[in-house]
Ligand binder design. Sequence first.
Ligand code: AIR
Length: 192
Amino acid sequence: MRLDLHIHRNPILKFITELHKNMETKPLVSIIMGSTSDLPILEKAAKFLDQLEVPFEMNALSAHRTPAEVEQFARSAEERGLKVIIAAAGMAAALPGVIAAMTPLPVIGIPISSTLDGRDALLSIVQMPPGVAVATVGIDAGLNAAVLAVQMIALSDPALAARYAEYRASLSSKIVKANEDLRKVTYKYKTN
Ligand code: AIR
């Protein structure tokens, strides 16, 4: 029996082959979180990148607790072939800005609602000094960070652009369905 046919039929071999393939693939997006307590928000980003078939890596690094590692990561990011960095942190969220200061790659910042409803993190991330920018998304907006990352990479990747266009079309069909459901809701004075 041919080895590839054998792998195809055996779910465990298939899983290991996929895992190996993923480990060999170079990531285009790096997801960095200040702490693993931020993970639930970053999972939204990870799921979207998976859905759009964009290779990514995920790591925890803290601008305050591991500053040397943050510097090493940021300075080598471009050389490693990364295209976009998604950085999330809560509280005095220095991580996205510090990374942006040490790489030419675009950095998308996600403020995490760890304290003060995330307003502390939002202001820490969004108020960058002129010349060094962080593309800040809403508080806990993990999905939108990944959407932005996909849009950036899709500029030079037509296949990804097509997958993203499909996703956008699915958003409008959601609203079409919502209006069909709303039509079934009746009120005495509702006219549609
Ligand atoms: N944080 C970690 N190092 C620096 C900062 N700002 C943030 C994390 C997390 C919050 O502090 O991003 O949102 C609390 O972290 P922990 O590890 O105590 O749960």
